[in-house]
Design a protein around this ligand. Structure first.
Ligand code: NAD
Length: 472
């Protein structure tokens, strides 16, 4: 695999970056530098936006069925690279190869495929009295994405934006930019018209801010931390540009007293530790009915102890490293503070053994976490589960909603209707009842500080459309 890239994808071509600066890319399992990508500048963003602007009218006017055919070709070109995608994400993120294959590579292919169908019928016209209501693409979209599901988060923006008739400038995370190069190889092979999608790599403060503040970018679609989302909102507000924000979370997993505890805890711990806990929807607060609390803690400790840390390419590895040394230090700090604030260590912890090399943190379960404490309120983004006892359903709902976030959640009960009643009262964008499977067509997004707007399915496509009424 050739990992060194020196170029951007602009106006349908690979173009050598103008500046000489590069950003190193690390393998988090070995701490070694494995590649470098160009550090873009505001001038590079200008070129990319100009290409996207020039391509917009033509792409917006392309019949939906033709746009769908382009997405179909892109899906085929990307599918052919599935193994390489999985290996690249395992290398630059440290995700175990099994997870990288089943989720990091497979999920974006599923999502892209769903938009092949949706692109053929992006929106229906409506008649309201003497008005014809039409839906039109928003325009040039700036897409800024994080590192934790590096291809999925890109595809979840790019596919609906293209299906809607928008053109795109992408800036992927500087920590995991390599997989985006594979995507753009596929875009080139699929023959998308020049300027319809453009890639500029670089840092957030330089390339990200240049995109968010650009007068010719009509919409910024961002996934990342709430702090950066706030900054992007400020920049976009100056010119009243549309923003879609997919931000952080601190999701509650509510385990009621009649739940199948073994399954609830096993799936709950697995969800909290998925991708080494670097998952925005992770159920990082487990709220357990007091009558089952001790039993749940015992099970959680057992499940956590069964996680094997190690080389992402070893099939036995279940937990890879965190993405960076800085992330590892942040997560360790959260654990130490959680214990100082009165939490009780049940598994893992700051001194638990981890591989000598690589940015690993042991899977950690902390009990008796106070619902107002930092560990219950702040997003950790590492393999750390906070367990909180609750008295009854009302108390569970109150504790679940005691958060400035609202991205995901779960409820477990032998009585599905009871679980759904609790789910309806949770102020959050998605709730899974009794471990129901992920639905890639269901709207995905946050309440409160977890974001604005929805991704996936037809709701995700609608974000990239605007509405016009024609009276006659
Ligand atoms: P981040 O906010 O640091 O970075 C995300 C992207 O924004 C990167 O491409 C980065 O370069 C860019 N960026 C940074 N500063 C910027 C600025 N000032 N202006 C413009 N762009 C800037 O987030 P991260 O650390 O990469 O990702 C982790 C966060 O993402 C977590 O908080 C997680 O919850 C969140 N996340 C949310 C979702 C979701 O769908 N809700 C999905 C995945 C991750």
């Amino acid at each position: 695999m050739d990992l060194a890239r020196t170029d951007f994808y602009l106006d349908g071509r690979w173009v050598t970056a103008s500046g000489g600066e590069t950003i190193p890319v690390h393998n988090p399992a070995t701490e070694e530098v494995i590649a470098a990508v160009p550090a873009g500048t505001a001038a590079d963003v200008d070129r990319a936006v100009a290409a996207a602007r020039a391509a917009f009218d033509g792409w917006a006017a392309t019949p939906p069925a033709e746009r769908a055919a382009y997405l179909d070709r892109l899906h085929a070109a990307l599918s052919a690279r599935a193994d390489e995608i999985a290996r690249t994400v395992a290398l630059e993120l440290g995700a175990p190869l099994k997870l990288a294959t089943r989720v990091q590579a497979a999920l974006p292919l599923t999502v892209l495929h769903s938009y092949v169908e949706l692109a053929a019928h992006p929106a229906t016209e409506e008649t309201v009295g003497n008005s014809t209501v039409v839906r039109e693409p928003v325009g040039v979209v700036g897409a800024i994405t994080p590192w934790n599901y590096p291809l999925h988060q890109v595809v979840a923006k790019l596919a609906p934006a293209l299906a809607a008739g928008c053109t795109v400038v992408l800036k992927p995370s500087e920590l995991t930019p390599l997989v985006s190069y594979l995507l753009f190889d596929a875009i080139h092979e699929a023959g998308l018209p020049p300027g319809v999608v453009n890639l500029v790599t670089g840092t957030g403060p330089v390339v990200g801010e240049a995109i968010a503040a650009h007068p010719d970018v009509d919409m910024v679609s961002f996934t990342g931390s709430t702090a950066t989302g706030r900054r992007i909102s400020h920049l976009a507000a100056d010119r009243i540009a549309r923003v879609a924000l997919e931000l952080g979370g601190k999701s509650a997993n509510v385990v009621l007293d009649d739940a199948d505890l073994v399954t609830a805890v096993k799936v709950g711990v697995g969800n909290a530790f998925l991708n080494s806990g670097q998952t925005c929807t992770a159920w990082t607060r487990m709220l357990v009915h007091r009558s089952r609390y001790d039993e749940a803690l015992e099970l959680a400790a057992k499940v956590a102890a069964g996680y094997r840390l190690g080389d992402p390419f070893d099939p036995a590895t279940r937990l890879g490293p965190l993405v960076s040394a800085a992330q590892r230090e942040r997560v360790r700090g959260h654990i130490t503070r959680g214990l100082a604030d009165g939490g009780r260590l049940v598994a893992g912890g700051p001194d638990a053994p981890v591989p000598d090399r690589g940015w690993y943190v042991a899977p950690t379960v902390i009990a008796d976490v106070h619902p107002d404490s930092a560990l219950a309120q702040e997003e950790v983004f590492g393999p750390v589960l906070a367990v909180i006892p609750v008295d009854d359903d009302d108390h569970a709902v109150a504790v679940a909603n005691n958060s400035r976030y609202g991205l995901a959640g779960a409820v477990w009960s032998a009585d599905e209707e009871r679980a759904v009643r609790v789910a309806r009262r949770m102020r959050t964008g998605a709730v899974d009842v009794n471990g129901a499977p992920f639905n890639p067509l269901a709207p995905f997004g946050g309440y409160k500080q977890s974001g604005i707007g929805r991704e996936l399915g037809r709701h995700g496509l609608a974000e990239f459309l605007q509405t016009k009424s024609i009276q006659r």
